[in-house]
Design a protein around this ligand. Structure first.
Ligand code: PMP
Length: 433
């Protein structure tokens, strides 16, 4: 793993090894990925640009990448594997592709989505949100009653594989069954799911088949700039792509456009071949390590951290759950008496521990967990008030250790007992008023 032994200097001048507990935002790259990029660098050229040997080699690597991705998530051979920039772009592209394709004009999203899986649907479909139980999990009952109430008008049920706020893993098989039973398709936002456990899109004729899957390379040990959108070729054959230009077409005159077949039709411009090489190398390494082992290790980390956190006075955990339920490796919490931005600042300044704080681009979900109305959040935002409510999130990668969690828990226990001291010392973090 590159960059996990980085030394940084603290506010007190001491040097420590940085601890990265912000892997849900972005993971550091595998050394295997960096090595592969370095080795291939002298050879790369533009994909599908003529018969030059470099372009042919580059095109081969790029096209093979689709098979690596397909195998990684067990996608059907007939599905299009489209390379995008990230999850957000994948969902936006899909929303544009699906709009006006059928009479079904309703999209059921959920109250736990990242904004990437909420906003792109709002202006194109009638959108409704599946409600949550008190603990923040999806209500399958509500899903079914909404599917019934809309009487086969639901085009798509769109849901996170795992939440970026609570780490809850959704019962995708059951959701897919229900969606299909009522004539809808299902999209899974796999940004927080695919890197942490084996994912199986299931065969097309299975009632549990995942119709569309999206995810980002930068959350699975490859650099930024590559995302994936997988779905039936027919969807992309029918629609005109948002991005148009060279690479997506056959012959073009001023009067006519001959579109290429998907996936090329959806990849206008010079493709990010090195990004695909990085992603597929990361996938190979994840397979070697075995995603079952990774899930097991990360589960031990969250169980250890959760039980440690729950003994600290003043801590409220927002990712509690039944031990038998699946969770990915992140925990969100608050500490009474300190603002989330102060806690993040203290952890960073006092021990070099990087965490995330705020609303995590899932504003309605965090507001709901904190029992704050979205109007109240809007007030803070419109008044640029830094005391805006939010959570602190720690999220583990496969390389994190119990020892790092001990460093974190020891400091947090100390902060909890010396709240007033730390509140004064880090007062500047919050804007006055
Ligand atoms: N969905 C979820 C659940 C996420 O956690 C994120 C990233 N925070 C996204 C979508 C968006 O991913 P990206 O920024 O790579 O587009």
């Amino acid at each position: 793993m590159a960059g996990t032994e980085t030394k940084i200097s603290l506010a007190n001048g001491k040097y420590v090894t940085a601890i990265n507990f912000d892997n849900a935002a972005t993971t550091p790259p595998f050394c295997s990925v960096l090595k592969e990029i370095a080795q291939f660098s002298p050879w790369y050229a533009s994909v599908h640009r003529g018969k030059g040997y470099k372009s042919i080699l580059t095109s081969e690597v790029y096209e093979n990448g689709r098979d690596v991705v397909r195998k990684f998530v067990k996608a059907d051979k007939s599905d299009a594997v489209i390379f995008t920039k990230n999850t957000t772009e994948s969902i936006n592209m899909l929303a544009y592709a699906l709009v006006n394709q059928s009479e079904q004009q309703v999209v059921l999203s959920t109250n736990m989505e990242h904004l990437a899986n909420d906003m792109p649907w709002r202006d194109k479909f009638i959108i409704d949100y599946i409600t949550l139980t008190k603990s923040g999990r999806l209500s399958l009952q509500d899903l079914e009653s909404k599917l019934k109430a809309y009487e086969n008008r639901v085009k798509l049920v769109t849901v996170a594989g795992a939440s970026n706020v609570t780490g809850y893993v959704n019962p995708i098989n059951k959701i897919a069954r229900l969606a299909h039973q009522y004539g809808a398709e299902i999209l899974v936002d796999g940004a927080q799911w695919v890197p942490h456990m084996p994912v199986d899109m299931k065969p097309i004729n299975s009632p549990e088949h995942i119709d569309y899957l999206v995810f980002s390379a930068h959350k699975m040990y490859a650099p930024f700039g590559t995302g994936v959108l997988i779905g039936p070729k027919e969807t992309f054959e029918k629609a005109v792509p948002v991005y148009q230009g060279g690479g997506a077409v056959g012959l073009v005159s001023h009067q006519t456009i001959e579109w290429d077949n998907p996936p090329a039709k959806y990849e206008a411009g010079t493709p990010n071949m090195m990004g695909v090489l990085a992603l597929t190398t990361a996938m190979d390494t994840l397979c070697e390590l075995d995603l079952n082992n990774i899930y097991q290790h990360e589960r031990e980390l969250i169980d250890y951290a959760s039980s440690g956190l729950s003994t600290i006075p003043g801590i409220t955990l927002y990712s509690m759950g039944n031990d038998s339920e699946e969770r990915v490796s992140l925990i969100s919490f608050t500490l009474e008496g300190l603002h989330h931005s102060q806690i993040a600042e203290i952890l960073s300044q006092e021990a070099g521990i990087a965490v995330r704080n705020g609303l995590f681009c899932a504003h309605p979900y965090v507001a709901n967990l904190l029992n704050v109305s979205t109007e109240e959040i809007n007030y803070y935002q419109t008044h640029d008030d830094k005391t805006i409510p939010g959570l602190v999130r720690i999220s583990f990668g496969l390389y994190n250790t119990m020892r790092e969690i001990d460093v974190f828990l020891n400091l947090l226990s100390h902060i909890a007992t010396q709240r007033q001291y730390y509140a004064r010392k880090y007062d500047y973090v919050i804007a006055p008023g």
